[in-house]
Design a protein around this ligand. Structure first.
Ligand code: MTE
Ligand code: MO
Length: 385
């Protein structure tokens, strides 16, 4: 595979793997703004970045169990109603390094920044599917199609040099409320090569692995995608499963991500000046669930207080107020406190709108692929005069 024509990247990113390129911003950079700048948005790849010239020759095929398969040019996709959806994308491997530190797992190591919140601009998949005769809110086509598979242009070693693939249920793909997009813009700019130029899928509220970049083909199929990343990866196994007894078909591909939060204003082990300190970070939940509460502790979880929550422009966030909040966007939180002792074990946990709470202990959710580490995030701080 060829890594000689990778795009330029911001020098401040922490690189977790070079080929394929996997990098995340520093904690501080991640929360400079509610909308994550493209430069600071994590990049997660399974192969070299495809080279697609801007010559108008790109086309997207839509076929499978549909009445009238078609090919669409980018210009035709741009003619459909355009939506701007603010949505958080999070890799299922976010916070994997912390899980691996307890007991080794397989996979690229990530700190807390394999996540970002962007404004995605594009056509709704539910509108695009109408062009092949699949109407809104359909869960099965007349020819038995139940899943929508996204096939990329990139080449991954896990697929033996074939393209990256994933699928979502047809009911989600045809639901206008699910806001699944075929995006050609990110934060108002043309999608760049790292993030899927010229066209990518964005599935809000679902692990990043289903938001296929460099989209080549959409095909309506009877069963979920049989691709590697749906069948032999990105599944949540119980702590008892190891590489000798793993039985992949016994678990479903992971879709929604669980409630998550992390502190970004401090390192896991940090030294601060005595006085007031700022505890800030992000909280988010999957499936369109809002963030009901962000709890912070400075005594290792014995006592808790609530942090302030906000989205755009620092406006306080109210999760049950649909008009002023971004359903699929993260919430930033902040608390300013004076530490009582020289050493403090600072903790954050979030509660979502279904009252799901992050688990206290990472080993209770340990899994051999190290996905979905959403355990309480601790940082250990020593204050000096
Ligand atoms: N799509 C393709 N074609 N190839 C990939 O390697 N990685 C997936 C997803 N889509 C991937 C892909 C994973 S695991 C994640 S987390 C997101 O893209 C990352 O998107 P980003 O690089 O834009 O942040
Ligand atoms: Mo991912």
């Amino acid at each position: 595979s060829d890594y000689s024509r990778e795009p330029p990247r911001h020098p401040s990113l922490n690189i977790n793997a070079k080929e394929p390129f996997n990098a995340e911003p520093t904690r501080q950079d991640l929360i400079v703004s509610y909308i994550t700048p493209v430069d600071y948005f994590y990049k997660r790849n399974h192969g070299p970045i495809p080279i697609l010239e801007d010559n108008g020759r790109y086309s997207l095929a839509i076929d499978g169990l549909v009445e009238k398969p078609i090919e669409l040019s980018l210009a035709q996709i741009r003619l459909l109603p355009k939506y701007n959806v603010t949505a958080t994308l999070q890799c299922a491997g976010n916070r994997r390094t912390a899980m691996s530190q307890q007991l080794n797992v397989r996979g690229v190591g990530w700190d807390v920044s394999a996540i970002g919140n962007a404004i995605w601009g594009g056509a709704k998949l539910s509108d695009v599917l109408e062009l092949v005769g699949v109407s809104k809110s359909t869960s099965v086509t007349s020819s038995g199609g139940k899943h929508v598979e996204f096939i990329s242009i990139d080449k991954c070693k896990e697929e033996n040099g074939g393209p990256y693939k994933a699928s979502i249920p047809l009911s989600q793909a045809t639901s206008p409320e699910a806001d699944v997009l075929l995006a050609y813009e990110m934060n108002g700019e043309i999608l760049n090569r790292d993030h899927g130029y010229p066209l990518r899928v964005v599935v809000p509220g679902v692990i990043g692995a289903r938001s296929v970049k460099w989209l080549d083909r959409i095909t309506i199929i009877e069963q979920e995608s049989q691709g590697f990343f749906m069948q032999k990866d990105y599944k949540m196994f119980p702590p008892s499963v190891n590489w000798d007894n793993i039985d992949w078909p016994t678990r479903r591909p992971q879709m929604d991500f669980p409630v998550q939060s992390a502190i970004c204003s401090l390192q896991d082990v940090d030294i601060v000046k005595q006085g007031k300190i700022r505890i800030a970070g992000y909280a988010v939940s999957g499936g369109g669930r809002g963030i009901e509460r962000v709890d912070v502790s400075i005594d290792g979880g014995k006592t808790w207080f609530e942090a302030n929550r906000y989205q755009k422009n620092g406006v306080p966030y109210v999760s049950d107020d649909d008009s002023s909040c971004d359903k699929w966007g993260w919430v930033l939180f902040e608390a300013v406190v004076s530490l009582q002792s020289e050493n403090a074990d600072i903790v954050v946990k979030a509660v979502d709108s279904s009252a799901n709470v992050q688990p206290e202990n990472v080993m209770s959710i340990w899994n051999l692929r190290g996905i979905l580490n959403n355990s309480w995030h601790h940082v250990y701080v020593r204050s000096t005069a």
